[in-house]
Design a protein around this ligand. Structure first.
Ligand code: ATP
Length: 284
């Protein structure tokens, strides 16, 4: 028996950092939504108690460092599962891109193993387990669109944005999320994007207001550290997208576009600057 799970990428429509907490994490406010660029996870019973992972991608660890493997170990230990699993990960989401690929794989593993091992866990229980694996995992378990607070694990579901095109451009550089947060001076952020403005835009179903409310306080930090991302953002803006923002800690820059023809034009324009460019739809 094979079980298939889709692991979609997320983008941040807004990301604000309120302050650094005593536990070293940052207190954040993020509105995230899923897009239809996805990894595909296949789970099967190996007939033994082993946990193993294979992938066509050469860019990810296949051992205990992989978040999908960590998800399997967590469930196996917590619920005393004697069975094992073989997982195959067809990786499509660029790695270390600010698109939560690893977190989404972990969420897909939690959902898939809940079925394969017949654990009978609720979505809320899977979200709680996900929080032990990473701040973005609970959102990836829930999917759709949500406001995430705390260190990203407290979720409130919001209406999905109006269906539109999302052009994603990932420059060929690796950005360390830890470095970006390390260089952020939370007390000196000049302009904070507003989660309530984004919430209102989503509740009104206004594409224009969603574009107007885009904001990410990590963008300034990453753009200063990596001028290639700044150039990419300027080029994307010059191509006439309705809204442009960096996702997460970067380096992926995304453009929201209402019209398909315009999305194709932007995609073609960006291909001269950047090898990894995708035109996808918002999910939901
Ligand atoms: P986020 O947006 O949550 O910060 P990201 O998109 O920037 O995440 P990921 O693609 O999740 O970053 O990868 C970050 C690191 O995590 C990689 O360098 C990789 O070594 C490790 N990793 C662990 N498991 C996975 C996985 N299943 N897929 C991709 N990377 C993984």
């Amino acid at each position: 028996m094979y079980i298939y799970e889709k692991a979609p990428a997320k983008i941040n429509l807004m990301l604000d950092v309120l302050h650094k907490r005593e536990d070293g994490f940052h207190e954040v406010e993020m509105v995230m939504t899923m897009v239809d660029l996805a990894d595909r996870l296949t789970l099967s019973d190996p007939g033994s108690s082993r946990i193993s992972l294979s992938s066509q991608s050469g860019y990810i660890p296949l051992d205990d460092k992989n978040l999908a493997v960590r998800a399997a170990r967590l469930l196996k230990q917590r619920f005393g599962v004697s069975r094992g699993v073989h997982m195959h990960l067809e990786k499509r989401i660029p790695v270390a891109a600010g698109l939560a690929g690893g977190s989404s794989d972990a969420a897909a593993a939690l959902r898939g193993l809940n079925r394969l091992w017949e654990l009978g866990l609720s979505e809320a229980e899977l979200e709680e387990l996900g929080a032990e694996l990473g701040s973005d995992v609970p959102f990836c378990v829930r999917g759709g669109t949500a406001l995430a607070t705390g260190r990203g694990e407290k979720l409130e579901t919001l209406p999905n944005p109006p269906r539109c095109w999302v052009v994603l451009a990932k420059p060929p550089i690796n950005v360390s999320t830890a470095d970006v947060y390390g260089n952020l001076k939370a007390g000196e952020i000049a302009v904070h994007p507003s989660s309530s403005k984004m919430r209102e835009a989503l509740e009104r179903g206004s594409f224009r207001d969603v574009c107007g409310g885009l904001g990410n306080v990590l963008e300034d930090v990453t753009l200063k550290l990596y001028p290639a991302v700044e150039r990419l953002k300027k080029v994307t803006e010059s191509l006439g997208a309705d809204g442009v923002l960096m996702s997460g800690s970067g380096p992926t820059v995304f453009a929201l576009v209402a019209k398909e023809e315009k999305a194709r034009q932007i995609c073609n324009g960006l291909r001269g600057f950047c090898e990894e460019v995708y035109a996808v739809r918002t999910l939901g």
